[in-house]
Design a protein around this ligand. Structure first.
Ligand code: FAD
Length: 293
């Protein structure tokens, strides 16, 4: 199938893109890397009248460290994240996670802004943003606003963005002392969307967690920040405490059932991932049997 006929405008700046979007409202769609938008248009799941191509806007590209903030422009491609020394030094969770996003051909075109605006609940990057406590920077006709990543994702393919706004950047706190991270997903094949996955960012104090943000994906309509992990903070982790946290997790999640997995299988996999995650972060393989593939 081919996309329905549409008009095309190549935006020259953020201001110009916002003007084009404001003029057409819901009838316009932003084009970044096109790796999700074009398939959806070709399948006629969506048929926008106007495509606003932001791909040439230089101010939306790049990665920079400003004080204790790591700023990533919306047009930064997956491959740029994967190869960036700044990301590897200050947000290594992202470096690890990005290798699981699709395949090289898609990573060469897809962008962080497109992935977050698309908000697929099985996507890796939205979960990483919540785990890293990122701030999403949004441009609009009346100026800029900032939304915490945990509030940005509002449902399946739904976000806090309105039709006339542009995701312009992401801001991450640079990794603090004693930071540790963990990423793992179960997928049918490497590069497929996850059946269940987890992204975690922790601060360790000796053999305890001073902080732990653990976010599951593909288990609901948006990234799920696990609140049951509060049971794991500032305590010596025993198998009993871990079991207790994983029972709480199971009650917290309301996973979907689809061709890939039943809800109970997803719950089971989430519990397995929790145990592996905690064991790996604490360097205590005895807490978990089996490694993450
Ligand atoms: C075969 C295949 C496998 C894939 N596997 C995975 C996977 O395993 N994990 C994964 O996470 N993704 C996967 N993807 C999706 C891929 O990562 C996309 O690159 C990404 O989801 C969208 O990025 P994009 O830059 O291509 O966005 P586009 O396709 O250009 O846009 C996506 C959506 O976001 C909107 N948008 C884009 N940029 C902005 C912006 N700056 N402001 C506001 N709205 C914006 C668009 O209007 C559109 O609605 C896969 C894609 C394909 C085709």
């Amino acid at each position: 199938m081919k996309a329905a006929a549409f008009s095309y405008a190549r935006a020259t700046s953020v201001v110009n893109a916002l003007e084009l979007l404001a003029a057409r409202g819901d009838d316009a769609k932003v084009l970044s890397g096109g790796q999700s938008l074009m398939p959806a248009m070709n399948l006629r799941l969506i048929s926008p009248e106007l495509i606003v191509d932001i791909g040439g806007i230089a101010e939306l590209k790049g990665i920079a460290v400003r004080g204790d903030v790591l700023a990533i422009g919306a047009l930064t491609r997956h491959v740029d994240l994967q190869r960036s020394p700044e990301i590897a030094a200050h947000a290594p969770l992202l470096t690890e996670a990005i290798a699981h996003v699709a395949h090289p051909a898609i990573r060469n075109k897809g962008t962080i802004g497109g992935s977050l605006a698309h908000a697929d609940p099985a996507s890796e990057l939205p979960a990483c943003m919540v785990a890293l406590d990122a701030t999403i920077v949004i441009g609009g006709q009346t100026g800029e606003r900032r939304v915490a990543a945990r509030d940005f994702f509002t449902g399946i393919y739904e976000t806090a963005l309105s039709a006339d706004e542009l995701l312009t950047a992401v801001e991450l706190p640079v990794a603090r002392k004693n930071s540790a991270h963990f990423f793992c997903e179960f997928a049918r094949r490497h590069g497929d969307y996850a059946i269940v996955g987890v992204a975690a960012q922790a601060i360790l104090e000796g053999d305890m967690f001073a902080d732990l943000r653990l976010v599951f994906f593909a288990v609901g309509d948006r990234p799920a920040l696990c609140s049951g992990v509060s049971k794991l903070i500032n305590v010596a982790i025993t198998p009993e405490i871990l079991l207790n946290a994983s029972t709480t997790l199971e009650a917290e999640l309301d996973p979907p059932e689809d061709q890939q997995a039943t809800a109970s299988m997803r719950r089971h996999l989430a519990r397995v991932l929790l145990t592996r995650c905690v064991s790996a972060l604490l360097g205590r393989p005895v807490l978990a049997a089996g490694a993450c593939a």
